[in-house]
Design a protein around this ligand. Structure first.
Ligand code: TPP
Ligand code: MG
Length: 1021
């Protein structure tokens, strides 16, 4: 623990005017007032030749000389040296030597140009004072009094920087001494502590620096590389008297603290044994957020999207978003019945959306709190993505109307890597939200863990330094300091459109939750906390003492809010049903019926007319702008595309083009994001063309398709799966009328985004009734590339599907669509470009939204057989959930003794092998294109069609991976367990694939042998 080391007490406050009587120049002028120098040097101003008009010039000259005596004319050099060495008025000036005089004459003794010790000292002392000022700007925050408890160091370091003046002796570090304290020094342009004064006594300089940097606010900003931004911050914290509030503002602050504090107390009184992750110890969060919102609203923001963890969430819902209190209170009633489908979520995870008038700015503002899982910080990129989308859809290209606020806990902010990944999106053109305000509830503990055991960085906020975000640490028991900091943060965002962090250094009055005993692990801290007067009480006493409110007014304010709570509590008793849909964070107006149902339970044909196919194909194989030189290799690719179009066929890339291009025509915005998606990892896509002669000149033909088309966004992302997938999920949340796709570089890399997949994509709708149509493109396939880059882990996605393996769904006319409606996500592995085209279009043409997990090919991208005809994409065509065999086997089905079921690219290995083995009439091969929801109805028909066939599931993946565990019970259910379902494929193993090419080929051969050996399963049961 460190006690305040300030020497302010010893350094009696002294204003400059006490020592400098004639200081009146306005500091805004860059020029310094030369007269000040008189006070501690020769009386140069008394020189007879100096007039009022020449003094500015002289002043300039003097400062230039101070920095470098050689930079001024020799005559001025001599003059200043003489003046500073105490020459009498009128004697400092020496006329310059005649032009052409030989230089050595200049150094003759009568010019007194030899080194003058006192001049050097003056220069040194000025430099020392500059360094001292800079030291406070850089390191002042290390000694700021940030911990309300007064027992911890917010930076985990009790030492005091050597260059911060905590006692007069420390002046020695700068070569200064106590006697220099009353000397007046000119202030550099890099400080604002002078206010209107341009020079101050050292004593006052130190005092003002302490006021600015070492009180209840610790400003960390000197790592910012931009001088203008640094100056801006200095001005906001150094200017004397900058932190002033009107009585009205103080009363508003008190009223907000009353609400924040009494809300928690009310919950505690009514539900003392319920977890609520209360805000006690950081009640100031509510006025802090409201200040940010008020100020931003005043600056033109009309939509704020927030993400936050558990701590204080109910309070934020009640007092910031203004969710009706009865809706919150009724959540504590265990008998409340759920009215929506899905499993729901606990009250401190639910989202919210609310539009109202901001009373301070008198403007309408929409506030949305994004629902989140327990996984701390996982919501960060989701909030950013949603914010980006909202900005995009309202044409807010600079983030002036829509902004995000992210709240964090101290342990999570420091510990979770997603924080860093999200920060790295903040300045990327296709991902920036033009500045996020981060607020850290830094209660100096994470569950039971002391910060010293939880982070290696001095502050929990250090991660923000990577993006040059200023960080304002503030003692949360000083509400006015908090409000000032929040005001500055909002202004910063409005001015620079960059991220900023407010670190509310506070404490946690209870345990991790209200049921937890904190004394087990933090006994001394909690002894102090028990003694700690609540901030409301402290602030109220301060305002009462200052006669800004009366005790009676204060008590009335409390009684007024308590009454509001009591009345809402009474009303909450009438709530019998919980509608999770009342807690939606992103309504989609007009997309559903008024009861939130899809407008139909059917999907139109996903086909497209021939002209459109031709037109899109034409653009896809051309360069739609003039004088644009593309790479020769690309010319060949485009030529090949043109040939394909001519022959009415598509490969994978062209099928994707057709799907995107057609949806753009229909006004559907498309956003494809991921690592290297613009070209495509496998160099097949080429959605962005690069001029080979002009740097950074690009062309996106997809945006040249139609007049009035929707925009196409294709963006290479940062190398982050967790961050970028979260972002795209958030983007897809904002509107149902967009196709948002995230492509993994290789499918297996999705597992670094597992949290987004598990917590949001697979289960989001069940928890928060929010549908989402995001598409995951996961390159997948065993191609001898080793254990990495091979498997997108289909088994993981299939294991999380919610369709029951043991129940054949009810047969209805709308079976296929209803199945989609009931599922948590759709999993496909298409084997043909046309089917991929259809499934992408179906995403949008369905009357509801579900995430789509698509395993996509690598080698098939160029496989000559993996082509589709336009005929398979014309009006009336649609996505095939199952593709039946249409070869010789299907003509005489009773002769078929083996039905191979498979999915994806292995189909092409199987048909080749069947042909080689000449088994085309007795082995049928059926492709399951939609794995989930499982096409029970179609598989039933397939199996019935081949009554004499053994059923064999074929996959190239290892047996404990891939699809087998998912497929087998479902086929068994389909056929009423009348036959075995055999397996042909690789043996179980731990790694997804071998790293040895020969072993890979050997495994493939064995797999094929099993698949086509009609006796392979003889004798097995
Ligand atoms: C990713 C993740 N890991 C672990 C947890 C369990 N957990 C819940 S709260 C908490 C402590 C969080 O501390 P901090 O971020 O400082 O927030 P505080 O509770 O102090 O407000 C932990 C470890 C979690 N929710 N999420
Ligand atoms: Mg904490």
């Amino acid at each position: 623990m460190h006690h305040l080391r300030t020497c302010a007490a010893k350094l009696r406050p002294l204003t400059a005017s006490e020592t400098i009587k004639n200081v009146s120049q306005n500091r805004t002028a860059k020029l310094r007032t030369f007269q000040h120098i008189r006070c501690y040097s020769a009386p140069v101003a008394a020189e007879p030749f100096l007039s009022g008009t020449s003094s500015n010039y002289v002043e300039e000259m003097y400062f230039a000389w101070l920095e470098n005596p050689r930079s001024v004319h020799k005559s001025w050099d001599v003059f200043f040296r003489n003046a500073n060495s105490g020459a009498l008025p009128g004697t400092a000036y020496q006329s310059p030597p005649p032009v052409g005089a030989i230089l050595p004459a200049l150094s003759s003794s009568h010019f007194q140009v030899e080194t003058q010790p006192n001049v050097e000292k003056l220069v040194e002392d000025h430099l020392a004072v500059q360094s001292l000022i800079r030291a406070y700007q850089i390191r002042g925050h290390h000694v700021a009094q940030l911990d309300p408890l007064g027992i911890l160091d917010a930076d985990l370091d009790s030492s005091v920087p050597t260059d911060i003046i905590t006692s007069p002796e420390k002046l020695g570090f700068y070569g200064l001494q106590e006697s220099d304290l009353d000397k007046v020094f000119h202030l550099p342009t890099t400080t604002y502590i002078g206010g209107n004064e341009t020079a101050l006594p050292l004593r006052e300089i130190v005092r003002r620096l302490e006021m600015a940097y070492c009180q209840h606010i610790g400003v960390e900003f000197m790592f910012i590389n931009d001088l203008e931004q640094c100056q801006w911050i200095r001005e906001k914290f150094e200017t004397p008297g900058i932190m002033q509030f009107t009585d009205e503002e103080k009363r508003t602050l008190l009223a907000r603290l009353v609400r924040s504090t009494r809300f928690e107390e009310f919950l505690q009184r009514k539900w003392s044994s319920e977890k609520r992750f209360g805000l006690e110890g950081c009640e100031v969060l509510i006025p802090a957020l409201k200040t940010i919102i008020d100020r931003s609203s005043g600056n033109g923001v009309d939509y704020v999207i927030m993400g936050m963890p558990h701590r204080g969430r109910l309070n934020v819902l009640a007092n910031v978003i203004r969710k009706e209190l009865e809706q919150i209170f009724c959540q504590f009633d265990s008998k409340l019945e759920a009215a929506d489908e899905g499993s729901g979520d606990v009250k401190y995870h639910l989202g919210m959306y609310h539009r109202r008038i901001n009373r301070v700015s008198d403007r309408t503002i929409t506030l949305s709190l994004v629902a989140n899982p327990s996984h701390l910080e996982a919501v960060d990129p989701v909030v950013q993505g949603k914010t980006k989308a909202e900005q995009f859809y309202c044409g807010d290209t600079d983030g002036k109307k829509v902004m995000s606020i992210l709240l964090h806990g101290d342990a999570a902010f420091a510990g979770q890597g997603i924080v860093y990944e999200t920060f790295h999106l903040s300045d990327l053109p296709s991902y920036t939200t033009h500045g996020t305000i981060h607020v850290v509830v830094n209660n100096q503990i994470g569950f039971t863990t002391d910060p010293r055991m939880a982070r290696s960085s001095p502050y929990p906020t250090d991660v923000a330094r990577v993006v040059n975000a200023p960080i304002f640490h503030v003692n949360a028991d000083d509400p006015e300091a908090v409000i000032h900091v929040c005001d500055v943060a909002a202004e910063w965002r409005n001015t620079f459109h960059k991220d900023v962090v407010v670190d509310l250094v506070c404490y946690r009055r209870s345990g991790h939750n209200e049921m937890d005993e904190p004394m087990f692990t933090q006994p001394l801290m909690y002894k102090q906390i028990r003694k700690q007067k609540p901030v409301l009480q402290k602030y109220a006493e301060y305002l009462i003492a200052d006669a800004i409110v009366t005790r009676q007014e204060y008590e009335e304010e409390i009684a007024k809010y308590d009454k509001i709570c009591e009345e809402a509590y009474a009303r909450s008793k009438d709530e019998k049903i919980l509608h999770i849909k009342h807690w939606l964070d992103s309504p989609w107006p007009g997309f559903f019926t008024l009861d939130g149902q899809p407008k139909s339970m059917s999907c139109p044909s996903t086909g497209l007319n021939e002209e459109d196919l031709m037109h899109i194909g034409g653009v896809a194989s051309s360069v739609p702008v003039d004088n644009f030189t593309i790479h020769g290799g690309l010319s060949r690719i485009l030529k090949a595309r043109a040939e394909m179009v001519k022959s009415r066929t598509v490969d994978w890339a062209l099928a994707e083009y057709m799907a995107f291009g057609s949806l753009l025509k229909e006004g559907i915005h498309i956003r494809l994001s991921g690592q290297d998606v613009e070209r495509g990892t496998f160099s097949h896509r080429h959605h962005v063309l690069h001029d080979q002669n002009v740097d950074k000149r690009t062309c996106i033909p997809m945006n040249h398709l139609w007049p009035n088309q929707a925009p196409y966004t294709v963006c290479n992302s940062s190398l982050s799966e967790y961050g970028v997938l979260g972002f795209e999920l958030g983007f897809a949340m904002a509107s149902p009328n967009a196709l948002v796709l995230w492509e993994a570089q290789f499918g297996d890399f999705h597992n670094t985004a597992q949290c987004i997949i598990d917590q949001f994509i697979s289960s989001g709708q069940a928890k928060w009734v929010r549908q989402n149509g995001i598409v995951l493109l996961l390159p997948h396939g065993m191609e001898g590339m080793g254990p990495e880059h091979s498997s997108a882990r289909p088994e993981r996605f299939l294991q999380m599907c919610n369709d029951d393996p043991d129940v054949f769904p009810k047969r209805t006319d709308d079976f296929a669509v209803r199945q989609l409606y009931n599922c948590n996500w759709i999993v496909v592995n298409c084997s043909s470009p046309a089917n991929f085209f259809h499934v992408l279009r179906r995403q949008i043409l369905l009357p509801f939204r579900k995430p789509l997990i698509a395993f996509t090919p690598k080698s098939l991208l160029r496989h000559p057989e993996a082509r589709s005809s336009f005929d398979d994409m014309l009006p009336g065509t649609h996505f095939y959930r199952v593709i039946s065999d249409d070869g010789p086997a299907s003509k005489n089905p009773e002769n078929v003794n083996r039905l191979l079921l498979c999915t994806g690219k292995v189909y092409y290995d199987l048909i080749r092998e069947r042909k080689t083995r000449n088994m085309e009439s007795n082995v049928a091969i059926t492709r399951i294109e939609q794995l989930s929801p499982f096409p029970f109805d179609l598989i039933e028909m397939e199996v019935q069609k081949y009554p004499n066939a053994q059923i064999v599931w074929c996959q190239e993946e290892h047996k404990n991976q891939g699809y087998y565990d998912y497929i087998k019970p479902r086929i068994r259910t389909t056929i009423n367990r009348s036959k075995p379902v055999w397996y042909a494929g690789r043996d179980p193993t731990s790694a997804p694939a071998t790293g040895n090419k020969a072993a890979h080929l050997m495994e493939l051969k064995r797999f094929m042998d099993t698949a086509f050996n009609i006796n392979a399963f003889d004798g097995l049961v």
